[in-house]
Design a binder for this molecule. Structure first.
Ligand SMILES: [Zn+2]
Length: 215
């Protein structure tokens, strides 16, 4: 090898390279980790591999969005098309007067992990982004407004990311919700501005919810 020349990347056989590539596409996984995981699976037992493939196969097919909040719910195998409500929405102990709007299910679970938020959720499934062609019709805004028709709802907390798009989404929603006579608040950010909210740890996230301000 000439001086200064980098060693060539190993050329894996196609079936192995495909697994490495599939892992590499996952968030937070670089080439090195992807290769390590692929080798691990290659050398693991048939049972361990089918645990993974079996779980992946049913990941989407056995899950449907909650009828109310869009959290994930396990499909009823007897009646696969039946719309269902998630355990949070069904829980009689939750405060139905307060609803927190999040961009994605990941943020919902981060808040749940803290165990301190007792209200209900609404998952928007994204945020407004004119540049990426995400307009209000692409988000679960209509469903949100329908839920707010319930006179029991007294407050909506907007927990979208502190990014330009997240802020624009919060502003858009507050303009729609305030005329309905519902209190609107925005979470306080001890969260670094510009950071995607799904990467925020649950303690920071729940503090941000507690420190919310009128919006
Ligand atoms: Zn739900």
């Amino acid at each position: 090898m000439e001086r200064g020349q980098r060693p060539a990347k190993p050329a894996f056989p196609e079936p192995f390279a495909r697994v490495v590539e599939a892992f590499r596409r996952l968030p937070g996984i670089g080439s090195k980790t992807a290769t390590r995981l692929a080798f691990h699976l290659l050398l693991s037992s048939e049972e361990e591999r089918s645990l993974l493939t079996g779980a992946l196969d049913t990941l989407r097919s056995n899950l449907i969005p909650c009828r109310d909040c869009r959290n994930i719910v396990e499909r009823d195998t007897q009646n696969p098309e039946a719309p269902l409500r998630c355990t949070i929405c069904c829980d009689p102990a939750r405060d139905r007067g307060i609803l927190i709007v999040v961009e994605d299910i990941q943020t919902l679970y981060s808040l749940e992990k803290s165990g301190e938020f007792k209200g209900l959720y609404h998952v928007l499934e994204g945020r407004l982004s004119p540049l990426e062609g995400v307009n209000p019709d692409k988000l679960r805004i209509r469903e949100l407004l329908e839920r707010l028709g319930d006179p029991e709802v007294k407050e909506v907390i907007l927990a979208t990311s502190p990014t330009t798009d997240g802020e624009a989404t919060a502003l858009y929603l507050s303009r729609l919700i305030k005329p309905m006579g519902i209190r609107v608040s925005r979470i306080a950010f001890g969260i670094p501005v510009g950071l995607e909210i799904e990467y925020v740890d649950e303690v920071t996230l729940i503090r941000a919810v507690e420190g919310r301000h009128p919006f």
